[in-house]
Structures are given as structure tokens and as C-alpha cells.
Design a binder for this molecule. Sequence first.
Ligand SMILES: Cc1ncc(COP(=O)(O)O)c(C=O)c1O
Length: 470
Amino acid sequence: MVSRFAPFRIKVVEPIRMSTRVERERFLKQAGFNLFGIDSESVLIDLLTDSGMSAMSARQWGALMQGDESYAGGASFRRFQAAVQDITGFEHVIPAHQGRAAERILFSVMCKPGDVVPGNTHFDTTRANIEHSGASAVNLLCGEALELSTAYAFKGNMDVAALQGTLDRFGRGRIPLVMLTVTNNSAGDQPVSMANLRAVKTVLARHGIPLFLDACRFSQNAYFIQQREAGYQRATVREIAREMFSLADGCTMSAKKDGLSNIGGFIALGDGELARRMKDVLILTEGFPTYGGLAGRDLEAIAIGLEEGLDDHYLQYHADLTRWLGERLSAVGVPIIQPPGGYAVFINASALLPHLPATAFPGHALAAELYLEAGIRTSATRFPSAHVPLREIDLVRLALPSRVYSTSHLEYVVEAVARVYQNRAAIGGLQMVYAPPVLQNFTARFARITRSTTDPDLELAAAITPRSHT
Ligand SMILES: Cc1ncc(COP(=O)(O)O)c(C=O)c1O
């Protein structure tokens, strides 16, 4: 039974500015058809990302006033540290200003040029930080994940046989760690099962290789284990999360997701010597180990957000709202990755716009059309990033920031997507007119295609397609 009952009431509201289609056409052109370039006041429903966009609770707002802004030894850090230790069981807690800062510190300390870091699917910033350290990021995603329209329970899993093969090939000497991203965001926000975590851990233990979690959405992953994996129905999400962390040696975290905070992140781990080396890097770039690039008040908000994000009722509401959105879109014929994830629904833009080749950026074209039609901001991405065997598929992600939008907003989204779907044959493609050298998604610029889509210039543009999203 889908229960979309919101386990909170609203205390503060933020008005949404209405806009007309004519205005949005102008904004879109000014932004080079890249929705990252649109002013937020010109967006009606912002589904660009969940990251850092959640609504804080009254308790979090209250705690901001308790922030201890001392440079060293602040009480806010101790409260934050205690919350992270309690949830993860890891002794050493290193704050950072967001997830990618934690990743940079982790990989710069653990990796050297020539190393290989296997993962289920590395998130864009994770991959970039691994590569920045001179190592290579390898995705070993399970086969079920490639069947986009089939609803397997744990499509975020790692292919354990492929992991074994990678270990045999490169050995302990070249694999300093393995990383599992929970939930697996870049593979359609799909969960990883406890059985898979345990199988990965067993293989790694034989080789003495540490396992780290990219724990951005650990509580949503734990919730899916509770709902879908045999033997966990009676456990609380918190207990399941603790078991997940007990199979790992450490984690990185962006508190902007399941920390229900607007900024922040951390590394947590058991190895004291590694933690000491990471703190040395932290001091160089983020700050003293008791604030790590954050204000004391941010640490307070995260400590509470982590707890609130583990509440079973909240998690049920959030996952059910996402599932409801996915089911409604499917019901009108929109092709999506099945099943919907914990926070996002991914529309298969390549399938929805079969008349547009990859060279005409169907994902970006669909995202632009949704904005034009209804002021809805989404993000375009490709699946599966860095998987060569399968033709890349353009996706449009509808991400639900926590505690921000109601069912009435999402009804509006469903109606708008349905209208766009009805008129899909008329949607034209885009061509990339500016391709920045790094993290292209944020600043690439596009224009409507007015020439033949078989133009060789467009083939060239496709080769430099942006991938990253947040
Ligand atoms: C799975 C995953 N890992 C890491 C990150 C990076 O976190 P941050 O945006 O806080 O740097 C993200 C952000 O979206 C993510 O989804």
C-alpha cells in the first residue's frame, strides 16, 4: 500500500514565482538550453537535485543558534562526532564541507598513480577525484541494472564475479580500496542488498583490501533492505544501517542528501593511522579537524538531520512519494527506469524520443521541453556512464528534495510530463555550441538543431557529451 502521508506539518513557506511560456522561452535561450543556467526564481518546481535542497526541521533551525563557532574543540563538533559514531560505529570522524571534499581527501591519501578503484558505479565527482589521484575508477555494476525497464529489487549491486576477476588481475598491490555507493545513484538510484555487501566484503577480506561506502543515501538504502530483503522486516532502519557500516572499513558522506542538511559531509573510518594522515590533508585544504570547512551551526544541523533521516516514517513517506511519481508517469506511458529509486525517477529520454539520435541530445531536449512547458527543472544524464558495451541511454532525472514538495506539486509535474509525452513527436533535438573542458553538464551550452541531425558536426558534439549531475 502506498502511504504518502507526510509525517510533518509546514511552518515556513517560500512563495513560488509564476512565469509564462514566453518568459521561459527567453530564459531558456539565455541559459543556452542548460537548466543549470536558469535563475532559481524562474523555476516553478525544482527537481534538479535532492542535494542540499532539503527543508530543515524546526529542531535543526533551533540548533543553528546553538552552534559553537570556536576554531578548535567546539561543542558542536563533539555533538556531530557523537551522532556519526553512533550511526556508523566508526571511531574517527573527519568533517568536510561536502561529499566531494571528503572524496578528494580519501583518494589523495589512499591512492597512487596506476592504482585501480573498483566500485558498483562511481558517482561523477568520485570518479573525478579517483582519477585526480592518478588511479583509475572501474565500474562493476551487476547485469540486472542494465535491464532498465525490469524492476529487480537490488539493481545497485556490484557484480561480485567481476570483482573477483579484477582482484585476480590487479592484486592487492594496485587496489587500495573498493567503494560501494549506497544507493547507487548513477545507476538509477538503485539500492545495494546486504547480501551483496556481505559477498563483496568476503572477497575483499581474503585479499586484505578495505571496503568504503559512498554513504550519501545510506538510510534510503537501509530502508530498501528493510522493505525488500528477506530477514530484515523486523529490524529498524537504524539497525540495518549499522549492519551495513559494520561490513565496511570506512565511508565518505555528503550530508546534503541523507543528512537532510544544506551543506556538509564527512569521512568516518576505523583506522586511526589513516585518519591521522587524512586530517593532515584536511588542515591544508578544509580547516581544523573540529570544523573541517563547516560552521559550528552546520555541524549541529547535520547531527540532527542524520537522526531525522533515519526515521522509518519519514523514509517510508519519501520512498512512497517517489514511487507514486514513478507509477503515475508509467501509467501515462512514460518510460522510466524500474523500479523508481528512493529520491528520484529517471525518464528514459532515448526511448521517449526515438526520433532523436544520441547526437541530438534527447535528454537535454526533453529537460528543456519540460521547463518550457511547465517551469519544471530536471537534470539530463546518461546511463550507464563509462559502460562501453551498452549503447549509452539519455535519461532525465526528476529528483525530489526532502520535505520540500507536496503531492499537489507532483500532480502538476505528472500532468506536465503527460502533456509533453503526448506531443513528443514534435520535440526537436539540440546541438552543443559550447563544450567546457571539465564537468560539462554545469556550463555546456546548446542550441536548437536547425540542420540535418546527421551533420558530422553533431557527431563530434556527441563525443563530448556531458555526464555529471549532482
Ligand atoms: C552518490 C554521490 N556521491 C557523491 C556525491 C558528491 O557529494 P557533494 O555534492 O556533496 O560533493 C554525490 C552528489 O550528488 C552523490 O550523489
